[in-house]
Design a protein around this ligand. Structure first.
Ligand SMILES: [Fe+2]
Length: 267
């Protein structure tokens, strides 16, 4: 079974008068100052290269946009359309930039984006998507936070859900799809995943086999010899990376590629 995994595409921001009214100003400034060197054509290239590899499931670990302006969601949806048209199930865990502010226009645009992206695999989050071989626990820890924070919060509902699923009598490994990592940035306040204390032992005990996360733009993996552990996907548009996770005979293998499908070379 093959999973096409990508994250943190952060399409370019749009400016409007409303940008000045809330946290969007931070997102816009950040994007303009620090993301001018992003690989702008990486999304289109990854879509083509990824589909050629014939994945069974697509995992998008969140952060489609920069400031959650409705026009950004429109751009992201256009770029990702071939993935939707392929009818391969898309599992999506929203990022903090996707739920950047409380403004209704932005929240509604995000909901419409989610609906369109996951049209062949609609689900509530937290929720389970099952295949013959694996169980995917898809989380949503993103919420609008203060301008100086970019953390996620694992809700009580998500904690109970993970505990319940991880202790079920089911042989299939659980793959947790989460924008925010669990192991990377453990205990980190400003950018971290809050309230994960009771879930970390389940990952350690391999009751949760693999976490596929985004959020941190630098790619990183912490995997044991069975491929259990955590993959921080890395930003597609910043580091020009996507992953192909192969599950075979009880083990996971994580392959890394540039957006054009050539093997990833650390730069
Ligand atoms: Fe993020």
């Amino acid at each position: 079974m093959k999973l096409l995994v990508f994250s943190d595409i952060h399409v370019a921001p749009f400016f409007s008068a409303r940008t000045l009214t809330d946290k969007r100003m931070c997102g816009f400034t950040n994007a303009v100052l620090f993301r001018s060197h992003f690989h702008k054509d990486a999304i289109g290239k990854m879509v083509q290269a990824g589909l050629k590899m014939r994945p069974d499931v697509i995992v998008f670990a969140g952060d489609a946009v920069s400031t959650a302006d409705p026009r950004e969601f429109g751009t992201a949806l256009r770029e990702l359309k071939p993935l939707i048209d392929s009818k391969i199930p898309i599992l999506y865990s929203p990022g903090n930039h996707d739920r950047y502010v409380r403004a209704h226009l932005c929240r509604n645009a995000m909901e419409r984006f989610t609906e369109a992206l996951t049209v062949h695999c609609p689900m509530t989050r937290p929720g389970i998507y099952e295949t013959g071989e694996l169980r995917f626990a898809v989380l949503d820890s993103a919420l609008p936070t203060k301008p100086w924070l970019s953390n996620g919060i694992l809700t009580k509902e998500s904690q109970d859900f993970l505990k319940r699923e991880a202790t079920k009598k089911d042989e299939r490994p659980i793959v947790c799809v989460s924008h925010f990592p669990f192991l990377e940035e453990k205990g980190e306040k400003r950018h971290g995943h809050w309230n994960t204390g009771e879930i970390l032992p389940l990952i350690e005990a391999q009751k949760i086999a693999l976490v596929i996360a985004g959020h941190r733009h630098k790619p990183h993996t912490r995997l044991d010899e069975k491929g259990y552990g955590e993959i921080v996907t890395g930003s597609l548009t910043k580091h020009d990376i996507f992953r192909m996770v192969v599950y075979e005979k009880g083990t996971f293998r994580c392959e890394s590629y540039h957006s054009d499908g050539t093997p990833y070379q650390r730069s």
